[in-house]
Design a protein around this ligand. Structure first.
Ligand code: HOZ
Length: 430
């Protein structure tokens, strides 16, 4: 597809100095036959490219922007923190406040350690689980993405699924051998593996609602079976709530499905749009982290005051009455609208949402795993992506990513999106 003039120019320049012209693979838009839009600014639910074109934004920086872009309370908090300095490499009161807010929101979390990204959170939680249990084996699920640490880059979702690569060169075979990746939502398979190897498993890590193979909700009993069997075999259960934390509910997916994991990973929303990650869990386990315990993990910019301030301001807004109910209503409006538009076009489509995370697959059967997701019509998705972008709607440039709504999306934005989808699908039918 044709790229707007300034984005095109910037991309040509970017590829000279940055691998693939981007700092994270999916945003290169390769799998949907497009080049990236370079962004000038964003406000509320709208993002503006380098040519001044405006788009309704359903990427929301891949999840963090639950309040929309440039929320006044978040901007004010960052500006206030900035007046005092940008980084001290020493503790501040802001870190304690955000830690206390996370602990208050998520009952399974009694202590929390701040890091700089979701990758770091998952990687550190795995190290802690191994250090705590004295075991090496990690169980994950195909199509779940937990960042790009070596242990976790096995049958991963997100960019790995988008680019169609099974793993990555550079991950030593002995490292990958310590990771078992099982089909998502397959309770029997998980039970069989635990019966055979449960005694060697340090931890089971899962996206409680998968958002890195498109949106795939857990089937009834899946998360419960993970909780039951990990407890039985002395393995830790880690919920990767980097996407779902404070997104599908204030207490994350674990509050929605009423499961208490041993450890949880966070990121995205708790940094209010600034780089952040965190992992937390029961005091008994978290006290194994240095300097309280022997499991090492550190970071120069961890607990960065600007990120903490943005996170505190964001969480403060999320605690307001009916915040999630209103967001849920808008998500349902979009979900129903897209499903109806697709039905009228005659294309088989699966549209689903959990809270304000949405997924849309071009296939006839429900999607419960990455194998199902891969059956969706990827060529059609590419055309749909291109059409939506032309119509001023900015969705993730991959079938294997979710869509995110924010409180800044109005009914008008949503109805405009549905009309655009209908127009694009109708054109594709002709
Ligand atoms: N892998 C992240 C989304 N699931 C980030 C993608 C990006 O920033 O390009």
């Amino acid at each position: 597809m044709k790229t707007p003039k300034n984005s095109c120019r910037l991309y040509e320049r970017a590829v000279q100095s940055i691998p693939g012209g981007v700092n994270s693979p999916v945003r290169a838009c390769k799998s949907v036959g497009a080049d990236p839009l370079f962004i000038r600014s964003a406000d509320g639910a709208v993002i503006v490219d380098a040519d001044g074109n405006r788009y309704i934004d359903y990427i929301g920086s891949w999840g963090p922007m639950i309040l929309g872009h440039r929320h006044p309370a978040v901007m004010a908090a960052i500006q206030k923190a900035m007046q005092r300095g940008t980084s001290f490499g020493a503790p501040t009161d802001l870190e304690i406040t955000l830690a206390e807010m996370v602990i208050a929101a998520v009952p399974s979390v009694e202590m929390v350690r701040m890091v700089n990204s979701g990758t770091e959170a998952a990687m550190s939680a795995i190290r802690l689980a191994r250090g705590y249990t004295g075991r090496d084996l990690v169980v994950k699920f195909d199509g779940c993405y937990h960042g790009h640490a070596d242990t976790l880059l096995v049958a991963a979702g997100s960019g790995v699924a988008t680019l169609g690569i099974p793993g990555s060169p550079g991950v030593p075979k002995p490292t990958a051998r310590h990771t078992l990746s099982l089909p998502y939502n397959d309770i029997d398979c998980f039970r069989r593996v635990m019966q055979k190897q449960g005694g060697q498993v340090a931890c089971v890590i899962v996206e409680p609602v998968a958002g890195n193979m498109g949106l795939v909700a857990p089937v009834k009993g899946f998360l419960q079976s993970l909780r039951k069997l990990t407890a039985e075999y002395g393995a830790l259960l880690i919920f990767d709530e980097v996407m779902t934390g404070f997104r599908v509910a204030y207490g994350g997916a674990q509050s929605l499905y009423r499961i208490q994991p041993d450890l949880s990973c966070f990121g995205k929303i708790i940094g209010g749009g600034l780089p952040v990650g965190a992992y937390g869990g029961r005091r008994k386990i978290m006290s194994h982290i240095a300097p309280q315990g022997p499991v090492y993990q550190a970071g120069t910019l961890s607990g960065n005051p600007l990120a903490m301030a943005a996170g505190i301001a964001t969480l403060t807004q999320l605690r307001k009455k009916s915040f999630y109910e209103k967001l849920e209503k808008q998500s349902a409006r979009l979900c129903t609208g897209l499903a109806a538009a697709a039905a009228r076009s005659g294309f088989p489509v699966q549209v689903d949402h959990v809270g304000s995370m949405l997924g849309m697959f071009f296939c006839a059967d429900p999607v419960r795993s990455i194998e199902d997701a891969k059956k969706s019509d990827l060529a059609l998705f590419s055309k749909f992506y291109q059409g939506m972008r032309r119509e001023g709607v900015y969705i993730a440039p991959s079938q294997f990513e979710a869509l995110f709504l924010s409180s800044a999306h109005t009914s008008e934005h949503i109805d405009r999106t549905v009309r655009a989808a209908e127009k694009v699908l109708k054109r594709l039918r002709e």
